[in-house]
Ligand binder design. Sequence first.
Ligand code: ATP
Ligand code: MG
Length: 603
Amino acid sequence: MVLRLSQLFLRTLREDPADAEVASHRLLVRAGYIRRAAPGIYTWLPLGLSVLRRVERIIREEMSAIGAQEVHFPALLPKEPYEASNRWTEYGEGIFRLKDRKGNDYLLAPTHEEMFTLLVKDLYSSYKDLPLSIYQIQNKYRDEARPRAGLLRGREFIMKDSYSFDVDDAGLDASYAAHRAAYLKIFERLGLEVVPVAATAGAMGGSKSEEFLHPTEIGEDTFVRSPGGYAANVEAVTTVVPADVDFSNAPAAEVRDTPDTPTIETLVDAANALAPRSEADGGAWTAADTLKNVVLAVTLPTGERQLVVLGVPGDRAVDLKRVEANIGAFLPIAGEITLEAANEEDLKKQALLVKGYIGPGLSLDAPLLGAEAASKLLYLVDPRVVRGTAWITGANEAGKHVFGLVAGRDFGWDGVIEATEVRAGDEAPDGSGPLETARGIEMGHIFQLGRKYAEALDLKVLDQNGKQVVVTMGSYGVGVTRAVAALAESNHDDKGLVWPRAVAPADVHVVAVGRGEEIFAAAEQLARALQAAGLEVIYDDRPKVSPGVKFGDAELIGVPTILAVGRGLVDGVVEIKDRRSGNAENVAVDKAVDYVVNAVRSN
Ligand code: ATP
Ligand code: MG
């Protein structure tokens, strides 16, 4: 079918939408691909659907190529399976919950591990049935705290989610590897650069996991790479831990008056004035010699608020995303949490924490001051705080710090956590060189879930020896609507969208420029001929619309080839323009179809 602009359900906009912060959001709205229905919730218009369908087709083909079969679950789900996995609670405010008329609880699925697990349990019972990979392309619902950037972070979005079921670990490894390879193909075919990086499993649980990040400045994820090939989301980077230090000759710790030193900077100045350190002992004190104690408030999925104190080297900032990714092991319950700096109210309830002068408790058993405090407060330290390291840190009294407080001798901790920022130049954990940092958008995520869900929901099969074994699972997601946005983000210029061929809403955009009937007749004929040649055609047949508006719309919509029928027609030529390079050529009317067909085929 030729899409005629005189009929197509489309209104392009001259003005940027007021709420759009990024180019993809602005342009997808202005070019008539999507419309906002509510925060983070979008309506798809014909052009947008066309791009979406093309993205989905590529994903389906590559899923099918690894033998994954498509199914389709409801988005509206009963609570019980999510209670069994505990995610009804763990998701906290992150999901949409609702009740039916009888008062039963339901949710809009944020992801479908539970349902897939139960479906397989329902139908399969033997190792002979496995391995199995099944997937769906479906709406997901998450009540994101900060829906953002249009389709990039929606509250309703489309995900392709697949799940693999294997009888043993080797099987899971194979299923995981097949998905990983399929993902690389999908993104290559979409024309979307991605970097696979090591990731943390987050709320999903499980062991091995990788994300596919599309490098871009507007990405919310930070990742690192080393010259030797290490790549990881900063959330998953582990610090190179220094060796323990022999402290047998270390002097006793000493409390000193350090009035008006509530910040690291003021403390370092005071330390150098009060107790200058000789060159032989390491020279002037720096922020790295201080132990900064940062109090965070964690809101658990149950809504309960808990304080955590982090002891980190004073030259390193706390990275909340890293804390969030790694603190789960220390909390009483798993699941989605929110983290923020503790506020005045929080601190008031903990009288022993003296703002600006907080330090570890002076006892190995009670990492923070007093048994009562210790039972309520967790004290976690950076991996650089190894046994024997000596620190300048708060003495838990206003205007006082303690010097030479030795880790493992004078103070202890409840745990070690990766909580500080990863910096460019830090060593890669595998010794493959200094890290470089970059930003990216998470396009896909693959997990070896292992037996967590199968255990929670009792998915077992009979193995070769007739014994019941718990199935091991993988879970694999691609953000389909997010892919549309990321493609728009990395394929645009100041005039509009510039789609890669694989996903463009059409192959060619024919524009009739001018008023003459013969121009419209020739354009009409070309549009039909292009369509007959197997191409998808948009034809701007609008009468009485100025050439400027028509070209403006063509550039905004972003079909890779624009064919203009206009003044040249009297000389027997049309203009064919490559939207991406901007190169235009006059081509004889009777050669135009071949020319476009070739252009489409060649890239
Ligand atoms: P993020 O860290 O960006 O919140 P996530 O880790 O919660 O994502 P997963 O649960 O791994 O996401 O979901 C699989 C894929 O679904 C992601 O890789 C991403 O491409 C996509 N996705 C997740 N959340 C959203 C969202 N709010 N809007 C659009 N796509 C999303
Ligand atoms: Mg993820």
